[in-house]
Design a protein around this ligand. Structure first.
Ligand SMILES: [Zn+2]
Ligand SMILES: [Zn+2]
Length: 390
């Protein structure tokens, strides 16, 4: 174990220009969900040059890839994201996630080779995290098969693991009423907008009785055409979230009852569309999370376990139901900077962020190195997965 940090550091130092160039190129060429053709091609080119076995595309996903080095069991994976936000570019800093995954993968593969340790390192290129759930499609395509544990590092304002994210369901609701002149013959109309407004009232009354970890938030997407026309149609979109997947099912059922109620009260016919973009809650694998905190601190980060789970949602949640996984953050700003902002986009290409990116790759490689070197650690990770997910 003595030369573990040195092999990793040497690899990252050797590849630092390749990784930094990749981060800056992706940042300067933002591509949104399933349009990440350049970002994907640049990564595949590097991986092939390194001699990795690359599958690309994955299933029907042109901007996804799966790369492997080594053979046999166990198998440890690093996940890469590289999609941008519409109009905002890399305001979530995904341009840094891909180089971290590549750097960590290369460093770990070199370590296994040098120390003659058996096993396989996988890098998964996962598109469309921000808006279209690429990981869900990769799970369906079988891209996660055979992987024993996985980790992904996301840029943030502080360094530490996510101890949870909320499951999310997106519901599009519409009401069909009957148009009429709102002043001359209102008695002939059925007001679809009233259906939407009563649904919001129902949700607002419900909110008081929801557990702390639940969230319901909606917007009106169609509220009619003109005040002198009784709205014939009206619609709204709601996001429902909970840290508990089963409880979220109950919430959806209750919400659908409210939709029916609003329909009955107004005489308008309701319809609910379930968006296929539904993410599961993250089940953080605690031994992996703790190993990341220890590794990051060893590299020089000020990492710590957070006080509680987060309340956002990510398609990594679904990954964590398939295999033991950790979704972790590494600081790219010295001050707290909100994600999805112009300030965070600027931070994502700063010299400081690029330096932190290389350190994060080392921290992830260290966690992977421990996974291969310590069967007991592998056992703890598998046991935690059985206990919390299976
Ligand atoms: Zn984001
Ligand atoms: Zn993100």
């Amino acid at each position: 174990m003595m030369n573990l940090p040195q092999t990793i550091r040497d690899t990252i130092t050797h590849e630092s220009k390749t990784l930094t160039d990749l981060a800056l190129k992706i940042h300067a060429n933002p591509e949104i969900a399933y349009e990440e053709h350049k970002a994907c091609k640049w990564q595949v080119t590097i991986l092939k040059k390194w001699g990795w076995k690359v599958t690309h595309p994955v299933g029907k996903l042109d901007t996804a890839y799966r790369a492997e080095s080594g053979k046999g069991k166990p198998v440890f994976a690093f996940l890469a994201e590289y999609d941008a936000l519409r109009d905002l570019g890399h305001g979530c800093g995904h341009n840094l996630i891909a180089p971290v995954a590549l750097g960590a993968g290369k460093a770990l593969a070199n370590l296994l080779r040098d120390q003659k340790i058996q096993g396989k390192v996988v890098i998964l290129g996962t598109p469309a995290e921000e808006s279209a759930g690429g990981k869900l499609k990769m799970i369906k395509a079988g891209a996660l098969k055979g992987i024993d544990a996985a980790i992904m590092a996301h840029p943030a304002s502080k360094t530490g693991p996510d101890l949870g994210t909320n499951a999310i369901r997106r519901l599009h609701v519409s009401f069909a009423g009957k148009a009429a002149h709102a002043s001359c013959s209102p008695e002939k109309g059925l007001n679809a907008l009233d259906g939407v407004m009563l649904l919001f009232q129902g949700v607002n009354a419900w909110r008081q009785h929801l557990p702390e970890a639940s969230r319901v938030h909606g917007i009106v997407t169609d509220g009619g055409v003109a005040p002198n026309i009784v709205p014939e149609s009206a619609s709204c979109t709601f996001f429902l979230r909970s840290s508990d997947d089963a409880y979220l099912d109950d919430m959806v059922a209750r919400f659908e009852d409210m939709v029916k109620g609003a329909g009955l009260m107004t005489g308008c016919k309701p319809h609910v569309d379930h968006d296929p973009m539904a993410y599961k809650a993250l089940r953080a694998n605690m031994p992996l999370c703790e190993a990341y905190v220890a590794a990051a601190n060893r590299i020089g980060f000020k990492a710590r376990m957070p006080d509680g789970p987060g309340r956002g949602s990510s398609d990594f949640g679904d990954v964590s139901h398939e295999l033991p996984g950790a979704h972790v953050g590494f600081a790219i700003t010295r001050r707290k900077t909100p994600g999805h902002s112009i300030a965070f986009r600027k931070a994502a290409c700063s010299d400081y962020a690029l330096k932190q990116m290389l350190r994060a790759a080392e921290a992830l490689a260290l966690v992977g190195g421990r996974f291969f070197a310590e069967p007991e650690f592998q056992g703890q990770i598998a046991e935690e997965f059985r206990r919390t997910v299976k």
